[in-house]
Write a protein that binds this ligand. Structure first.
Ligand code: HEC
Ligand code: HEC
Length: 452
């Protein structure tokens, strides 16, 4: 049967087969070139030596990770020549920003400021694809909990491959004019020869092919961003506690309880402290769901000098597909709280600068709004980073909702306890090895396996 098909049909049939295989194993975005070849009669364009896994013929993962690492740390890929991915995602700060600035400088002369805080790249290596109707399978009521997933604060991109092009082309970040300029910088980079050697089909040079360069550049970054030791090491004290290799102090345990208590911190509602997906063992402290917290306007941001400008997250301006859905305005994706203790600025606009301040914001937002918000016509303008029409989207439940008598849900001491717990979520903890063997028995370990 297959033999009776024309050559062209065979090519199309084969590419559909490859695409189907690829789709099962890889991200949709990376599969797109093959999908295009499958859906219509355009010729199949497969750049590079490898067809992404049709026969498993992709460079070994460790080679891709190491190439991705070189790319991630190489400032020569930016227009300024001094900014790499690591400038904003510093390994010493859990791949978050290395300083206390709300947002980072970038651009051709390193004089431009963006409008969002650089997130930590740890534990965001595998978000679910963006959906407007997330059903948490581990949640026993199995209800639609609204939008969730995707990458960045507004979830506007799903694959790490696509995401990587955003900073490379952003005029306020690495500021390349177009992909051709990125490709030209790869040709001139210190890793060019190795890149060519790793990805070129026999007898050709991948460096002659802009499309091939971009495809492999972003694939390598994607692999690096999955590397467990760098991006999901699970080496916090809390992980050691879950493995039964360490004890939490009484204060840390009190903090954990407050974190989970629906009437107190209620933090676990959006930053789950147990794994929320059946293919995970340890929690990521985010469910990647979106919420409007009424975070104060950051008046130090250049974009906010214009009083009519608002960063509304899900409904724009950086995201374009949900602009008409006004219920989404002001909603941002909940970040992981792992390594929050290593950060110096918090929330999508980096407006707060200590973890204690963040918790105080949660519990006093509606009790002492004058502490958090500016004034308009002499009155405190609650939720001042939202136009009046969208203030109704703001989350009102615990921990925001004051207790009877207008009391905050957490006392000063309870905030201190909660902070002690949040500090146990920082990577780099070394369990006490002497006692580890004694404690680590099958019956006392909270989870038997490594979360890989
Ligand atoms: C000038 C600072 C800066 C540079 C340089 C930079 N980033 Fe980012 N990164 C950010 C900011 C800000 C965000 C949040 C963007 C948003 O929400 O719109 C972000 C978001 C991300 C995310 C999404 C994380 C999540 O929580 O979903 C990834 C992945 C990422 N960056 C990787 C990279 C890579 C790879 C590079 C280099 C090619 C890079 N970044 C260069 C500032 C930077
Ligand atoms: C209704 C869901 C929800 C609840 C409840 C909640 N958070 Fe959040 N949290 C979010 C969202 C969404 C953001 C991002 C908001 C933004 O930037 O606009 C966030 C951001 C944060 C940040 C900033 C992290 C960073 O990288 O910038 C910290 C810290 C934090 N939350 C801690 C807590 C703690 C502690 C509690 C409990 C007292 C809590 N959250 C309760 C949804 C929630």
């Amino acid at each position: 049967m297959f033999n009776r098909l024309s050559f062209k049909s065979k090519v199309v049939a084969f590419s559909c087969f490859v695409w189907a295989l690829f789709f099962l194993t890889h991200s949709m975005a990376a599969a797109r070139p093959l999908l295009l070849a499958c859906g219509n009669d355009t010729p199949v364009v497969i750049t590079g030596k490898y067809t992404h896994g049709a026969n498993g013929d992709i460079p070994p993962a460790d080679k891709l990770v190491e190439m991705g690492r070189k790319i991630f740390f190489d400032p020569s890929l930016s227009a300024s020549g001094v900014q790499s991915c690591a400038s904003c995602h510093n390994p010493g700060s859990a791949y978050g920003p290395p300083n206390a600035l709300s947002v980072q400088f970038g651009g051709p002369k390193m004089t431009e400021l963006g409008m969002r805080a650089a997130p930590s790249l740890r534990y965001v290596h595998a978000p679910q694809a963006f959906t407007e109707h997330y059903v948490d399978l581990m949640d026993n009521n199995g209800q639609d909990s609204g939008p969730a997933g995707g990458r960045t604060w507004d979830g506007r991109v799903n694959s790490a491959k696509e995401q990587a092009l955003m900073p490379l082309l952003d005029p306020k970040e690495m500021a390349n004019r177009d992909l051709a300029e990125v490709a030209a910088r790869v040709r001139k980079s210190s890793f060019a020869a190795e890149f060519d050697q790793l990805f070129s089909p026999p007898g050709t040079h991948i460096l002659d092919n802009d499309e091939g360069i971009i495809s492999w550049l972003t694939t390598a970054l994607e692999f690096f961003e999955q590397s467990p030791d760098d991006f999901h090491p699970f080496t916090s004290k809390f992980d050691s506690y879950m493995r039964g290799q360490a004890q939490l102090t009484p204060q840390e345990l009190r903090g954990l309880k407050l974190f989970n208590d629906k009437d107190k911190g209620n933090c676990a509602k959006c930053h789950p402290s147990v794994a929320t997906s059946s293919n995970l063992i340890y929690p990521r402290f985010t469910d990647f769901e979106f919420a409007a917290l009424g975070v104060p306007r950051n008046r130090s941001l250049p974009t906010n000098r214009d009083p009519s400008f608002f960063d509304l997250g899900l409904c724009g301006p950086l995201r374009h597909d949900l602009q008409d859905l006004t219920d989404y305005c002001g909603k941002f994706r909940a970040p992981t709280l792992r390594n929050a203790a290593a950060r110096h600025s918090f929330f999508h606009n980096g407006v707060l600068h200590s973890l204690r301040e963040v918790i105080e914001f949660y519990v006093t937002r509606d009790i002492t709004p004058q502490r958090w918000y500016g004034r308009q016509n002499g009155v405190v303008d609650r939720y001042d980073d939202l136009p009046a029409a969208y203030k109704k989207n703001v989350e009102m439940g615990a921990p925001f909702k004051p207790l009877p008598g207008n009391k905050p849900r957490l006392t000063r001491q309870e905030i201190t306890d909660l902070l002690a717990f949040l500090n146990t979520l920082a990577d780099g903890y070394h369990p006490p090895s002497a006692s580890a063997n004694r404690i680590m028995t099958a019956s006392s370990a909270r989870h038997p396996a490594r979360p890989r």
